[in-house]
Design a protein around this ligand. Structure first.
Ligand code: SAM
Length: 213
């Protein structure tokens, strides 16, 4: 995330991506690997897919993936990474440049909808969760991973905008409780490197639920 601009619109993200040849590690997010690694491959929606590492990891495991992001620069980069990957994988990923605040994914379609570090303020965040949830088919999984509010005080750079952070309970509150079985709802500790190279504990909000109806 970036701290300088409070309005994180398309221009903001395009500018952010143009600042560096590559922003993210190119590796799939660890909580995605932990939570989706044992799921049976099906159709997946990677919301805010960025440079595409999660989408490509899912595709490499047999998922048919739609990666969606507001930034055309990110989507172009993700497509470039896919083109450089093995042929069979390319056919399993499609990229959509869209703003989740206005774009509605197809309803009840995906067996996995993954949001990794999507930090919108309210009220957009609730809209985002509702959209993402509506795209999950019966028996499918909604997985939301984010920087936990306790990370506001770690040595790892985080935006000093508390309104962008949320807990697993905040995700649950946006869902119809009778339509979901919650599998994971926690602040999960993870070790990462601070700018000075020291190992620092951070916490990820991890929420995973399966749609019942
Ligand atoms: C912190 S990055 C995370 C990228 C990727 N999920 C990862 O973990 O590496 C957030 C991503 O969400 C995208 N994004 C932000 N707001 C969005 C919106 N309203 N609709 C779609 N994508 C959005 C940004 O362009 C950016 O790529």
């Amino acid at each position: 995330m970036e701290t300088a601009d409070n309005n994180q619109d398309r221009e903001f993200w395009d500018r952010r991506y143009r600042q560096q040849h590559r922003i993210w590690s190119g590796e799939p997010n660890p909580q995605l690997v932990a939570e989706a690694g044992t799921l049976e491959p099906g159709y997946a929606l990677d919301v805010g897919c960025g440079e595409g590492a999660d989408s490509l990891w899912l595709a490499s495991r047999g998922w048919q993936v739609t990666g969606v992001d507001i930034s055309a620069v990110a989507i172009e980069r993700a497509a470039t990474h896919a083109a450089a990957a093995e042929d069979p994988m390319q056919g399993r990923v499609q990229w959509v440049c869209a703003d989740l605040r206005s774009w509605e994914p197809p309803a009840r379609t995906f067996s996995l909808v993954s949001l990794q570090f999507m930090h919108l303020p309210e009220p957009e965040r609730t809209v985002l969760f509702a959209r993402a949830a509506s795209a999950v088919g019966v028996g499918g999984t909604l997985l939301v991973v984010a920087h936990h509010p306790s990370d506001l005080t770690t040595a790892v750079p985080r935006p000093q905008r508390p309104e962008l952070f949320y807990t697993a309970d905040d995700v649950a509150a946006a869902l119809e409780p009778d339509q979901w079985t919650v599998r994971v709802s926690e602040a999960r500790k993870r070790l990462t490197a601070a700018p000075d190279g020291a190992s620092v504990a951070v916490h990820d909000t991890v929420f995973s639920a399966v749609r019942l109806a």
